[in-house]
Design a protein around this ligand. Structure first.
Ligand code: UN1
Length: 481
């Protein structure tokens, strides 16, 4: 297990010491070393996959009750330790503390939901066209499932992949993002203490290029669920399809929030601030394009500038901070470069500056870029930081066309008091999730999640839809003679 500040991988029911550890530091205070985390080589990933292969038939045969109970116990632990685990999450990622604690509670709710789903894996009996025969549809486990997760929701996204994988009788090999190993390690330990059988749950912390590639290249993995960038997701999906294995990718967005002149403007500003800047804007569901009709544009911009300008940036564990540090030096540099490009292409930049605070950390002020057009880089590419742009449009029709003019299609939103426009937008928005008078980000733990176009590939995640990915169909015919 762990000694003072080293954290090992978990393979085949044992905590395994690697050749290498990597230090992880707090982005709010670079002098704060959180711990030293194991770095899995390709050999460790192979061992984890072998262990999962051997363990999964037993888990598949265990039936729903042990699986449901395991998930319930994990949910209880997550909920009762939400304050402590939220603090760790805020410390390793820089997510503001209230949101970090809320994320742990959300992970608990996800485990609770799938504890129920484990008991509801019903099939279908169909009358055969041949008298006397019985046709049945079953949902069988996939086998060994690889779970590759990003850093921005380091406990909720692993929860919404691992909980259904285990609920439906699969064995898991879990590769978390390199900069948020602590939450992944704690989640794994919770499952171990809750009694997950040896080999059913494996943790392989390490780099994407080594551990992720080893997992994608293994012939013994039956399915991979991935959330992360479009570039990595497309490559991974290609590799999985070439090997004929099931794959699910969730790859980000460039989500529009439309504000019409008949909207409750205070509420629209709340939705935009929440959607664009909560969680430091590091959400694939972030409202990064604010599309506003001309009749209300100037008033909306004035109110947004006042709100965004007054957001307190500081240490993520300080409850006074509305915006924490950016997750890493690379991400900070990338955000600042997008802001510079937006200015160079003609946008008016408000905020978006590098900040030096009391502790050395990856701080920047949130940025609102006004006077943009939808063809500018800032409106085409996902920034993944506290940066939002405003696009002025003439009317609803132009707003809808602009909202849909993107290669992404994860979420979208509209603020309006017009039932006709809200209904039309729900119908014609080319996004997987459409919000009316609500932020584009922030989703329920028990409802299907996923996008269209370049945002997603494969079956939906979460809610009742999750079973589609974590099980495979079997049709049987029986003549009971
Ligand atoms: C949310 O908006 O609450 O990576 C969840 C992401 C998404 C999760 C967003 N997969 O940001």
């Amino acid at each position: 297990m762990a000694d003072s500040a080293t954290f090992d991988n978990y393979v085949g029911g044992r905590w395994v010491r690697p050749g290498d550890y990597a230090e992880n530091v707090n982005p709010s205070d670079l002098s704060d070393v959180i711990g030293r985390y194991a770095q899995a080589g390709a050999d460790t990933v192979e061992e984890a996959i072998d262990a999962a292969r051997q363990a999964w038939p037993g888990w598949a045969a265990a039936g729903p009750v042990p699986r449901s109970r395991l998930l319930s116990r994990a949910a209880g632990q997550l909920a009762s330790r939400a304050a402590e685990l939220g603090d760790l999450l805020a410390r390793e990622l820089g997510k503001p503390i209230a949101e970090a604690v809320a994320e742990v509670n959300r992970a608990a709710q996800i485990f609770d939901f799938f504890a129920g789903e484990a008991l509801r894996n019903t099939g279908t009996v169909i009358d055969s066209v041949r008298p006397g025969l019985i046709a049945e549809m079953h949902h069988d486990p996939m086998g060994v499932v690889g779970v590759i997760t990003p850093w921005n929701f380091p406990i909720a996204i692993p929860a919404w992949k691992i909980a259904p994988a285990l609920a439906f009788g699969n064995a898991v090999v879990f590769k978390p993002a390199g900069i948020t190993p602590g939450s992944a390690w704690e989640l794994t330990r919770i499952l171990v203490e809750a009694g997950v059988p040896e080999g059913v749950m494996n943790l392989v912390m390490g780099s994407g290029s080594v551990a992720g590639t080893a997992m994608t290249g293994s012939a013994a993995v039956d399915a991979i669920s991935f959330t992360g960038s479009q570039a990595v997701g497309r490559k991974l999906a290609g590799a999985c399809v070439a090997r004929g294995i099931k794959v699910q990718c969730e790859m980000g967005g460039k989500n529009p929030l439309v504000v019409l002149g008949d909207a409750d403007l205070d509420h629209a500003v709340d939705c935009a601030v929440n959607g664009a800047f909560f969680s430091n804007g590091q959400r694939c569901t972030a409202s990064s394009r604010l599309i506003v009709t001309a009749d209300v544009h100037d008033e909306f911009v004035d109110r947004m500038r006042a709100r965004v300008g007054s957001m307190v940036v500081g240490d993520a564990r300080d409850p006074a901070s509305a915006v924490g540090p950016i997750s890493s030096a690379e991400q900070l540099e990338s955000n600042l470069a997008y802001v510079r490009t937006a200015g160079a292409e003609g946008g008016e930049v408000h905020g978006g500056e590098r900040l030096q605070l009391a502790t050395e950390g990856y701080y920047m002020s949130p940025a609102l870029v006004t006077a943009t057009s939808n063809d500018m880089t800032i409106n085409r590419e996902e920034v993944f930081g506290p940066v939002a742009s405003v696009i002025r449009v003439a009317d609803y029709d132009e707003a809808l066309a602009t909202a849909n003019d993107t290669e992404f299609g994860l979420s979208s939103g509209i603020c309006t008091s017009s039932l006709a426009h809200a209904t039309d937008f729900k119908r014609r928005s080319q996004a997987g999730m459409v919000m009316v008078n609500a932020p584009t980000a922030g989703v329920d733990p028990h409802v299907s999640f996923g996008g269209r176009k370049g945002s997603s590939y494969g079956p939906r995640e979460q809610g009742a839809s999750a079973r589609e990915f974590y099980t495979q169909h079997k049709t049987t015919y029986t003549d009971p003679r």
